[in-house]
Write a protein that binds this ligand. Structure first.
Ligand code: ADP
Ligand code: MG
Length: 325
């Protein structure tokens, strides 16, 4: 029997437009022999069209699986996942805890560190108590300044001196109360996709070669000049190490379903650092998550089949849990 997939897209985050592009690609690639698609659009103001999903079991008839093709705040950060849990609907991608912790760049790094996984040194400061001198004396320059909870490089800046550090802190503080400051890794940048619930598998990694100082918003979405190497030019050993770390980072963050794990490599030492776990990676026709899987032997439509199966499997496993005595 055909399954009905509700594709959620748009949303209140700065990644609204990217989400629309991701959803279009997903809808186009869902096999019409297997699936009916129900589109649910969320405006930038948070209005649902045609109607919101309701937070109660059996209150959303006719939907078999939800595909939240939403990026960033209110879509990728556990809030939407919470609604889908209340609604008792199977959904694609990680659950509430994993989504929320991966969204927070500081918490994610703390969790990785607790599992002895390599992350760059960082400092956390809060709006209203920003202290450039303390960062300068601990790390020197260059450093990266980021809002703790955001994506698409919005509010991210590389600071090379006191003046640019102060400007970067003030800019980042507009996007979040919590700011994370990291030592800059001078070297290369990679991405690796993962798939699975209890057993997580990693794809062949790719390398991102930004056309600018770093992989900023313009480079990601506007310029179309960043170069992608797929497969990444790494030794067999380095490739295996990156894939191992991608799986380990996802295990540490309790990822289920999918994620894209991003890495930085120090050019001088070859050391690899986990930079980010993206729980709802881009799904546009040029996005790296589906491209890496395609290169690893799973074409886009089959990738969607797998993600939907993983969502159903997880939902069944959860439903075996008792919630009261
Ligand atoms: N510590 C760092 N060292 C070197 N480059 C970094 C560092 N942190 C971030 N970058 C650069 O900034 C980009 C955006 O930072 P990232 O942490 O990935 O935030 P976002 O969630 O916005 O993608 C990265 O893709 C990379 O090019
Ligand atoms: Mg990133």
């Amino acid at each position: 029997m055909k399954k009905t997939i509700a594709v959620l897209y748009g949303g209140r985050s700065g990644e609204h437009e990217i989400s629309i592009r991701s959803a279009k690609s997903i809808i186009a690639a869902l096999d019409p022999e297997k699936y009916n698609v129900r589109e649910i659009f969320i405006s930038k103001e948070g209005a649902w069209q045609p109607a919101p999903l309701l937070p109660a079991p059996n209150a959303n008839p006719g939907i078999d699986v939800v595909f939240p093709a939403l990026h960033g705040t209110f879509g990728e950060d556990g809030t939407m996942q919470g609604l889908l849990e209340l609604a008792d609907l199977p959904y694609v991608g990680p659950g509430v805890l994993s989504s929320a912790l991966a969204m927070d760049k500081e918490v994610m790094k703390r969790v990785c560190r607790a599992h002895s996984l390599p992350v760059v040194d960082f400092i956390v400061q809060f709006r209203g108590a920003l202290d450039a001198a303390a960062i300068e004396s601990q790390f020197g320059y260059p450093v990266f300044v980021k809002p703790a909870n955001l994506g698409s490089s919005v509010g991210v800046a590389k600071a090379k001196d006191r003046a640019s550090l102060e400007a970067a802190l003030n800019a980042a503080a507009q996007y979040d109360r919590k700011i994370i400051i990291e030592k800059a890794v001078i070297g290369r940048e990679f991405e690796c996709s993962v798939l699975g619930n209890e057993t997580i598998e990693a794809s062949i990694p790719c390398e991102i070669l930004p056309s600018r100082e770093f992989y900023d918003y313009e480079d990601k979405y506007l310029l179309d000049k960043a170069v992608i190497e797929l497969p990444a030019k790494l030794t067999e050993e380095q490739t295996q190490e990156m894939r191992r770390l991608a799986v380990a980072a996802c295990k540490a963050c309790e990822v289920e379903g999918m994620s894209r794990v991003d890495f930085l490599m120090d050019g001088a030492t070859g050391r690899i650092f986990i930079n980010e776990v993206n729980t709802i990676p881009g799904f546009t026709s040029i996005s790296m998550f589906p491209k890496m899987w395609e290169h690893s032997g799973i074409p886009y439509p089959q990738l969607l089949d797998k993600l939907i199966d993983l969502a159903i499997q997880r939902h069944e496993t959860r439903n075996a849990t008792r919630y009261s005595k």
